[in-house]
Design a protein. Structure first.
Length: 218
């Protein structure tokens, strides 16, 4: 980790935005004669960020030492932060900075420099870079479902970012086994599981960002 960013690279890359981590718990679940422990982390609003489970391969001495080191019954609750007011954003400056991006990894810094949150920036920057999508009626599919079907059928490798304010998980590769179960759109591949409650997603966008290697579309 460096500063307030933690990074782990593996089959699924993980980035932790530690400024948004507020509460951590040691959780023990007991079922019959079996029990399992996990470290579970939440943001300041009580939303889940990440879980780490103790397994048979875990070094128990290191696990116990880690828990003892950070066990702390005290916690504080910072005030909620509101979204940026559109009227406070210099839209021309935002569009100029957006068009001059050379690396998508500079996007967060660009938003911070313009003092705007991501969603408000998507709403303001204009259709040269961002195009809203109209989602299909409930039960008739959604943009994510149609996209995953096209990715599966074409065997096109993609990068999938699943994030909350305190954690981003990144999968790179293809998808094969898709399953829709009620509101949930699922990927059930051996090396990648995705569970998205698409009925709770109300806004969809096609987002284009320039880079030194060409435009990156998500």
């Amino acid at each position: 980790g460096r500063g307030t960013m933690g990074l782990a690279v593996g089959d699924i890359d993980v980035k932790g935005h530690l400024d948004d981590w507020a509460y951590g718990y040691l959780v023990e679940e007991v079922s019959g004669e079996r029990s399992r422990q996990s470290l579970q982390f939440f943001d300041r609003h009580g939303q889940a960020i990440h879980k780490i489970y103790r397994t048979e391969a875990t070094d128990t001495k290191v696990w116990d030492a880690l828990v003892c080191r950070y066990l702390d019954p005290q916690a504080t609750r910072p005030e909620l932060t509101a979204r940026t007011s559109p009227n406070s954003v210099d839209v021309d400056a935002l569009r100029k900075d957006w068009a001059e991006l050379k690396d998508v990894h500079h996007f967060h810094a660009m938003l911070k420099r313009n003092q705007v949150d991501r969603l408000t920036a998507l709403e303001l920057v204009g259709e040269s870079w961002v195009r809203p999508l109209i989602a299909a009626p409930e039960g008739a599919g959604c943009p994510l479902e149609r996209l995953l079907e096209q990715v599966r059928d074409s065997e096109c490798p993609v990068m999938v970012f699943v994030g909350n304010p305190g954690m981003v998980q990144i999968y790179t590769g293809t998808v094969t086994r898709l399953l829709r179960t009620g509101p949930w759109m699922n990927v059930l591949d051996k090396g990648f599981s995705l569970h998205a409650d698409t009925h709770h997603i109300t806004r969809w966008f096609v987002v284009r960002r320039p880079s030194a290697d060409g435009v990156v579309t998500s």
